[in-house]
Write a protein that binds this ligand. Structure first.
Ligand code: JAH
Length: 234
């Protein structure tokens, strides 16, 4: 898979691309990752990427020309012949979830456009963007961190990536539920013991205990997830 990112802060992506699971995926050749400076596609002396909003109001809007030029250089024109999927990270987008990540992980080429300022000129969205995605209902200063969230979520789904185990019965069951509590050594820490069942060696009992804890924490904290999980398994 290839992922191009368009941003006015492309340097933000360099350490993210180089380290941890993303860096390993890149080193393994699972993904080619490139962050591009939007200002490359400006032609004025000041490399302007924003301008005042028509109709007045606070803040600035991203100009359409550099954005459309960048996307068309990386992905070609919008339409059926385009091979890449162009995603704008924006609070106006559809909410990212694991199902959407799975679909994106099946793409050959993603172009991720990071908005900044108060928003993006609507004509640039209509002309160049295939899909708008939000990572959640909170205010950020731009789409860069959401793009990193999307990249990490997609890369770990690629076959051979770290954190992509063969789906065991255990994991396929846990799909869509929260994980219960986890423990490692020591067996006793500050007078608190690891639950006896986890040290019992009784694998059936352990699996049952984990299933119960998983359902319990999901019911208490995310009952919305439990409803989805029930629909999946019925
Ligand atoms: C903020 C452009 N869903 C999180 C999210 C995504 C993008 C932005 N904010 C929040 C954003 C300013 C300008 C995009």
């Amino acid at each position: 898979m290839r992922i191009d990112v368009v941003s006015i802060f492309p340097q933000l992506f360099e350490p993210f691309f180089a380290e941890s699971m993303v860096g390993i995926a890149r080193d393994q050749g699972l993904a080619k990752l490139v962050a591009h400076d939007l200002r490359q596609w400006t032609d004025d002396r000041h490399r302007t990427v924003d301008d005042a909003p028509y109709g007045g109001g606070p803040g600035m809007v991203m100009k359409p020309e550099p954005l459309v030029a960048a996307v068309e250089a990386l992905a070609g024109e919008r339409g059926p012949q385009r091979k890449a999927r162009v995603v704008l990270l924006t609070p106006q987008g559809r909410r990212l979830d694991q199902t959407r990540l799975q679909a994106l992980a099946g793409e050959e080429h993603l172009v991720l456009v990071c908005g900044r300022y108060e928003g993006v000129d609507q004509r640039a969205i209509e002309l160049a963007v295939d899909e708008e995605i939000s990572i959640g209902d909170y205010v950020l200063s731009g789409g860069e961190v959401p793009a990193m969230v999307l990249i990490e979520g997609v890369l770990r789904l690629l076959p051979g990536a770290l954190g992509n185990p063969e789906s065991s019965e255990q994991e396929s069951f846990q799909q869509g539920l929260l994980e219960g509590p986890q423990y490692t050594r020591p067996a006793r820490f500050r007078d608190r013991d690891v639950p006896e069942v986890l040290r019992s060696g009784d694998h059936r009992a352990i699996a049952q205990w984990r299933e119960e804890r998983s359902k319990e924490i999901t019911r208490r904290r995310r009952p919305d997830l439990l409803r989805h999980a029930e629909e999946e398994s019925s």
